[in-house]
Design a protein around this ligand. Sequence first.
Ligand code: ZN
Ligand code: ZN
Length: 367
Amino acid sequence: MKAAVLYEAHKPLVIEDVTIDGPRDGEVLARVVATGACHSDYHVMDGSWHGSNFPMPVVLGHEAAGIVEKVGPGVTSVKPGDHVIMSFAPSCGRCKRCSGGQPHLCQSMSGGRGTMYDGSRRIRRGNDLLYHFGGGMSSFAELSLLHESQAVKVRKDIQLDRAALIGCAIMTGVGAVLNTARVEPGATMAVFGTGGVGLSVVQGGVLANASRIIAVDLKANKLAYAREMGATDTINASDADPVDAIKEITGGQGVDYAFDAIGFASVSRQCYDVTRRGGTTVVVGMAPTGQEIPIPATIPGEEKIVKGCFYGSTRPQIDFPRLVDFYLAGKLKIDQMLTRRYKFDEINESFDALHRGDNARGVIMLS
Ligand SMILES: [Zn+2]
Ligand SMILES: [Zn+2]
């Protein structure tokens, strides 16, 4: 099969012929139909995520949907031909976190460090083993190997290019609002950064019936996308100080919830500064390796809350089908987010566009 391989940071992806072995017990082999271009892939490509957690050469890709090709022994929840959205967070279903309703924080199957959930590597170029990404899923390839928990069956009446976006951006952004923050009707919120995740935070705010959804970005075209998704107010941070502007919009109080959808320490701090006393900052975007967020020691008197949000605190088996239902009921705007489709051999262009901020979301079509 073909896969896009990253050999080193700052170099383009190279489409190569590779082989993949499996599926073994409890595993699913899925044909990737569509996979999104996400900042988490780009962070590895541009070197802002580096070190022993991100070994190379690697097959990136973690936002995808496809069709089950083959299942290993013991797999019962999907069969060949089923349509699946792929999750980049494998879960065992038995540990304390899984049992407690937080499968995204599974204690025994965190994956990472460039391998499958069980520590193995299965993609080869010639005799050389390549590294995996995204909880092992590596969707910049025609086939992706998954633990059964990562292959979430969905209805067939959603097109798979739309479904792919649920696998990362939409789940992360909508989940940050509904699952992590649990925004209540009438609340006020701000979101910094209006890429795929930030636009999904905006949509989460609409689903939660937030009264004010204030979007902040440096680019006018992305703020226009945010208004289309339901932002009530937009602030171009290249023209105005977003902290002052948000305070002004909220009568000096600050917002109930602020979301850092970029993932940068200074932006997380701005989120902290624009929340009201007792308000909540949710850090959704993943910062470059090594950054720390400075928080004032006056936090007791402020009673502010700072929370991390991994993957929208997802419970994939519940949330993915629910988001598909929202889309098919007209309550989630995915068509408007899917700005451009790329062929597999245009994958590097999709990341150039991501870097420039051209698209709400670009999707690479593999079949
Ligand atoms: Zn992502
Ligand atoms: Zn578990």
